[in-house]
Design a protein around this ligand. Structure first.
Ligand code: PGA
Length: 228
């Protein structure tokens, strides 16, 4: 795992440049996180950046109406895809009657061809996507129950009352990605980032699994990296 620490005031621009370079002109199969962290990066990508790429949504909350601003699909469209359209965009249908079958469909869609790059955020509880503490590296895309901390976090996206469950692309699909980027900013993430980088390898902090990934990069700003 490589750790890139960048000054907070130029972090978004530097990561957006690196992302745009990585996307190149031939396009990638990428899984993208929502949440507050990647928004300034997404906002700096040129309009044609994803024209050749296939985008998979990393996770989705249940219990929110289609189009709700707190829904991850809505967030990714608003923050990125409405302005920077992708060649293809896929997401799990959390309103499907048979959720288990839907998770299987989404998992197969991702696994058949795999991911070139997964761009992730880090929860203050160490989660990756909605893979909450206790998630294991062999778990595939599935319905997950949300922790109180994640539910509280969902409030800042306008989900009130916050959902109790969601669909998470599993650590298995994330770990199988050829490259994983973890974006981490702000002093509120300093403690957990220090755990991810040098604490014990534990399912209780799912992001520690990235330490064993052959090609994982942490893009941290100086505030998040203050305890490294
Ligand atoms: P944030 O969320 O980017 O809004 O801090 C990250 C996460 O909880 O995965």
């Amino acid at each position: 795992m490589r750790v890139e620490v960048l000054p907070a005031d130029s972090w978004a621009e530097a990561v957006a440049d690196a992302f745009n370079d990585r996307l190149g002109t031939s396009g990638l199969r990428i899984c993208l996180a929502t949440g507050a962290t990647p928004i300034p990066v997404y906002g700096r990508l040129p309009a044609n950046a994803l024209a050749m790429s296939t985008v998979f949504l990393l996770d989705e909350f249940g219990e929110l109406a289609i189009g709700h601003p707190g829904r991850c699909e809505t967030m990714l469209r608003t923050a990125l895809l409405d302005r920077v359209p992708a060649a293809e965009f896929h997401f799990p249908d959390v309103d499907a009657l048979d959720l288990e079958a839907e998770c299987g469909r989404y998992r197969d869609l991702i696994s058949d061809g795999g991911l070139d790059l997964a761009v992730l955020g880090l929860g203050t509880n160490g989660h990756l996507g909605l893979n909450e503490p206790g998630s294991t590296a062999d778990q595939a895309t599935r319905v997950v129950e949300l922790t109180e901390e994640t539910r509280e976090g969902a409030r800042k996206y306008g989900a009130d009352p916050p959902p109790t469950w969601g669909v998470a692309v599993g650590l298995a699909e994330i770990f199988a990605a050829r490259e994983v980027w973890l974006l981490v900013t702000g002093s509120a993430k300093a403690d957990v980032l220090a755990q991810v980088v040098s604490g014990p390898l534990t399912d209780q902090i799912p992001a520690t699994v990235l330490r064993t990934h052959p090609n994982a990069v942490i893009w941290a700003d100086g505030n998040a990296a203050s305890l490294l």
